[in-house]
Design a protein around this ligand. Structure first.
Ligand code: PGA
Length: 251
């Protein structure tokens, strides 16, 4: 039915120490011996990228970063550039996560610059969008998403966006145990896909993977994956333990 390969992505956020990260990564590799249907990614903290690459190399787990800066090099203390990420084996980068929008003042404009820089360095962006609870209550969900999506990926060529992944993460469902129902999520995913179609045409819209994120667990993944426009999941809390995450991978 769909030509889109599913994707199961884990975002470890600001959790784990180096020994813990290595331990979980090794356990995960042991649990993921059978070829998964989905592309699998783990995004640890930046400092663990290189050591984890040595564990994930030649396995089914790809490496992702949780953020990136939009210049390739320069006097930007504390920032990490796209070529730095590719040089330690990163394939993906999460951009515009709601926690960065909320706590680190990321704007739609900065997010667009990051997406552009990532693509120029051949990193695959996982571009996050999502409404807050207040926005949903005020019935602004569609207008908020419309703006986030349009601003984040405006003025690209279709070719530049061919591998881009979008993650729809309602802020009210992140880390709260409240998941959007599969119908709620499907409705938004279909809306985002139709928006891509309007801006970039049907071919790109059909190919683009749209992940759902927000309290995804082994018990709700299969239902979500059963929906037409849900192509995978971005998982926070439930990605921290190898056993739980592997159950989601083999949903
Ligand atoms: P959660 O986080 O799975 O812990 O809700 C999702 C995310 O922030 O990507």
């Amino acid at each position: 039915m769909t030509e889109r390969k599913p994707m199961i992505a884990g975002n470890w956020k600001m959790f784990k120490t180096l020994p813990q990260a290595l331990g979980t990564a090794r356990e995960l590799v042991d649990l993921l011996k059978k070829p998964p249907v989905a592309d699998v990614m783990i995004a640890p903290a930046h400092v663990f990228l290189q050591p984890l690459f040595t564990v994930f190399e030649s396995t089914y787990v790809a490496l992702g970063a949780q953020n990136v800066f939009w210049e390739n090099e320069g006097a930007f203390t504390g920032e990490i550039s796209p070529p730095m990420l590719t040089s330690v084996g990163c394939k993906y980068v999460i951009i515009g996560h709601s926690e960065r929008r909320q706590f680190l003042s990321e704007t739609n404009e900065n997010i667009r610059k990051k997406i552009k820089a990532a693509i120029d360095s051949r990193l695959i962006p996982i571009f996050c969008v999502g409404e807050t609870e207040a926005e949903r209550d005020a019935e602004k969900t569609f207008s908020v998403l419309d703006k986030q999506v349009r601003k984040g990926i405006e003025k690209f060529s279709r070719d530049e966006l061919k591998d881009l992944v979008i993650a729809y993460e309602p802020v009210w469902a992140i880390g709260t145990g409240k998941t959007a129902t599969k119908k709620q999520a499907q409705e938004i995913h279909a809306f985002i896909r139709s928006l891509i179609e309007k801006i970039y045409g049907n071919d790109l819209a059909k190919k683009m993977r749209i992940l759902y994120g927000g309290s995804v667990k082994p018990t709700n993944i299969a239902d979500l994956m059963g929906m037409d426009d849900i192509d995978g999941a971005l998982i926070g809390g439930a990605s921290l333990e190898a056993d739980t995450f592997s159950k989601i991978v083999y949903y």
